[in-house]
Design a protein around this ligand. Sequence first.
Ligand SMILES: CC(C)(COP(=O)(O)OP(=O)(O)OC[C@H]1O[C@@H](n2cnc3c(N)ncnc32)[C@H](O)[C@@H]1OP(=O)(O)O)[C@@H](O)C(=O)NCCC(=O)NCCS
Length: 159
Amino acid sequence: MPVMDSVKLGKDVRIFQPDLINLYGCTIGDETKIGAFVEIQGGASIGARCKISSHSFICEGVTIEDEVFIGHGVMFTNDVYPRATTPDGMLATAADWTCSPTRVGRRASIGSNATILPNLTIGENALVAAGAVVTRDVPANAIVAGVPAVVVGDVSDKR
Ligand SMILES: CC(C)(COP(=O)(O)OP(=O)(O)OC[C@H]1O[C@@H](n2cnc3c(N)ncnc32)[C@H](O)[C@@H]1OP(=O)(O)O)[C@@H](O)C(=O)NCCC(=O)NCCS
């Protein structure tokens, strides 16, 4: 089932192709729109009036405030040193890793195909360029681009 009962859905959330998404244990705010092939994991929180474009992955530990734009194929992460197994070769479990949280401030935008490394904050109204790999906190209102992403401008003269 693509939208599990464990999801807390706000009012008037629009899910464009409910059979082509995977939502479980997360919270989605009022009037947010979610495109096809999006996965939002348990413990993630999405604010009101956000747009989550197709093919994006939002993992446990991610908090997205209101009015945020997430482009297509945006990848969040929550484990700095991921491993499939423990040193003795057993499959790793929830007890074997620490979830590193990420927060995206109100009205920020994240361009398509950006990767957001764990344990950082993207400030309010900031803009992450398409294809950026964000490895450090992004100041409010900054435009960041590149790999690793660096500040290349300010949104004050944009929309
Ligand atoms: C970063 C961004 C906001 C810059 O837009 P802009 O201010 O109009 O910038 P320009 O196109 O004039 O480019 C300015 C410079 O930045 C570079 N640049 C533009 N976008 C870039 C990106 N995504 N990554 C790296 N460099 C980029 C350009 O090559 C140019 O470099 P130059 O000065 O050496 O020639 C825009 O390119 C972008 O990535 N927007 C997000 C698009 C998106 O993903 N939308 C979501 C789904 S539709």
